[in-house]
Ligand binder design. Structure first.
Ligand code: HEM
Ligand code: HEM
Ligand SMILES: [Fe+2]
Length: 472
């Protein structure tokens, strides 16, 4: 296939994107299997159990997003630094090593999960930490690969130009990678284990990943609509300050019921309630800038510039999605007075789906489109029918799943928690409650809608920009 990218770094970025899309597809298939098992518990029973499908679903989620993020950095680095990435050959080798390791881990997840556990299972099979279950041999491999990646980024930024966006990314990646280590050591005290485990997932999604996507959004706005660098970078710095401020102590909202001291109730309540503030600021900012002429460059013929409309649509979806999924759905259950009822119900899952999708899947899909644009050498990429179906159906599907799960969670709160006092019996009664069972049906239906949207996305990514209309 023709490749119009001149920088090796961008080519490597697209390689990362490709694997990310494949893993995204695998994630959705696993989600559909678990959703079917919710309704028909005997589906694939003892052939492919719920616990395994669920594990692959959420680990594939985290891994495809990390792939897409690494890909994004390699992709934007030449634009920001003005030079080819330093040590790109090593970067490519690391890519292959990582991809082989991920394949082995997924095969082990799928085929070897039943049997007794010992110290060696942590090393070879599974660490048992939700979202980051990779066995320790893979953990060590991941650390080596990530160190290579960090070296690439830092060496390039030191040699080339260093914009505000690159500076933020450098600091952020250091924190993001460092946090991974908190999920690597083993302790048999479950409270201590959970305490550190939350550092990885929570401080990723609510601090380092949020800062990362803010940097991507800044770069994207410059590339796509010609936003002025001073404006977007100023917002980026404000968001860095706010997200790190609220996100770090906001961690307390996961310490309410795991056996940590009670002062976490107040700390968690106050700071996590502040977390939506930067998300709202980001949202207001996008709404404010939209259609405004100030600070935005003009393209051909004095028209406002728009170089990649499908990517832009996904970037806009990100601003809305982050605000709704993390901001609104997160705030709903973040006060201990509320969380005591909602903790670990389908409500949590509703928030988990909308937040991961809205804040991360959206903008990373936007990056896939940026990659395709570069690869096919298109100046102005317009949305096709498939682009529109892809974005409409996936968003509609995920929103539909979120609403179903919220209704189911509401039923659990009323029946299991409020009415029956969170007893074992209450749990089972609520599982048979009409609101709950019907919602599980709707979740599956909306999951299928999401999946059809994904098929359109694949079709579009493979075909967009290859016909004549784009090459003007
Ligand atoms: C994009 C950012 C975010 C993502 C991707 C995200 C994702 C998640 C996920 C997946 C869980 C479930 C974890 C588990 O397996 O137990 C969770 C839990 C939680 N999230 Fe978020 N979240 C984000 C931001 C926020 C924000 C900003 C808030 C508060 C304003 C928040 C409040 C909570 C709370 C309170 C829980 C615990 C739920 C429970 O008690 O079961 N989240 N989040
Ligand atoms: C085809 C569409 C999908 C279906 C049918 C689906 C279904 C499911 C099911 C059944 C679970 C297990 C829930 C449980 O243990 O009670 C789950 C968990 C999860 N899924 Fe999905 N999913 C889909 C797409 C997605 C997408 C697009 C994302 C994010 C981008 C996502 C993120 C998550 C997360 C974070 C969890 C863990 C939630 C928690 O424990 O609170 N899923 N999903
Ligand atoms: Fe959190």
């Amino acid at each position: 296939m023709a490749n119009n990218l001149t920088y090796e770094s961008k080519k490597l970025g697209v390689m990362y994107f490709t694997i990310a899309v494949v893993l995204f597809g695998a994630q959705l298939v696993m989600g559909l299997i678990t959703a079917i098992q919710y309704i028909y518990p005997s589906f694939l029973f003892e052939i492919f159990d719920f616990s395994v499908a669920r594990m692959v679903h959420i680990n594939a989620l985290v891994v495809w997003m990390l792939y897409a993020m690494i890909g994004s950095v390699y992709y934007l680095l030449p634009d920001e630094t003005g030079i080819e990435t330093v040590g790109i050959k090593m970067g490519k080798l690391a890519f292959y090593v990582l991809t082989v390791a991920v394949t082995v881990v997924v095969l082990v997840y799928i085929f070897i999960q039943v049997g007794s556990a010992s110290e060696s299972t942590i090393w070879l099979i599974n660490e048992g930490r939700e979202y980051i279950e990779a066995p320790r041999w893979a953990d060590i491999g991941i650390v080596v690969v990530v160190l290579t990646f960090l070296w690439n980024v830092f060496a390039t930024a030191i040699k080339g130009e260093r914009t505000g966006i690159v500076t933020v990314i450098m600091a952020d990646l250091l924190a993001l990678a460092g946090l991974y280590l908190a999920g690597m050591f083993f302790t048999d005290n479950i409270t201590v284990d959970q305490y550190w485990w939350w550092w990885v997932i929570h401080l990723w999604v609510e601090a380092t990943w949020e800062v990362f996507v803010a940097a991507l959004a800044a770069w994207g706005l410059i590339q796509i609509i010609g936003a002025r660098r001073v404006v977007v970078e100023m917002w980026l710095w404000i968001e860095v300050a706010m997200l790190f401020g609220s996100g770090i102590l906001g961690l307390g909202h996961h310490y309410f019921w795991i056996g940590t001291p009670e002062y976490w109730w107040e700390i968690g309540a106050l700071f996590s309630a502040l977390e939506p503030v930067p998300l709202v600021a980001m949202f207001v900012h996008v709404m404010y800038d939209w259609g405004k002429e100030t600070g935005i460059k003009k393209g051909n013929g004095g028209k406002a510039m728009m170089t990649n409309s499908p990517a832009f649509a996904w970037f806009v979806a990100n601003a809305f999605g982050n605000f709704l999924g993390a901001g609104i759905w997160g705030f709903f259950h973040t006060l201990p007075q509320v969380n005591i009822y909602t903790h670990g119900t389908q409500f949590t899952s509703a928030h988990g789906h909308l937040a991961f999708f809205g804040a991360y899947a959206t903008i990373l899909i936007g990056m896939f489109y940026m990659g395709v644009q570069g690869k096919n050498g298109i100046k102005e990429m317009k949305s096709t029918f498939s682009s529109k179906m892809a974005i409409f159906l996936t968003i509609f599907g995920v929103l539909g799943m979120t609403i179903s799960l919220t209704v189911a969670g509401y039923g659990q709160v009323l029946v299991e928690r409020a009415q029956m006092g969170a007893t074992w019996e209450g749990y089972f009664v609520s599982q048979g409650f009409l609101w709950y069972t019907q919602s599980m049906g709707w979740r599956l239906a909306m999951g299928i809608v999401t999946f059809i949207g994904f098929i359109y996305l694949i079709v579009d990514l493979l075909s967009i920009g290859k016909s004549k209309i784009h090459t003007r």
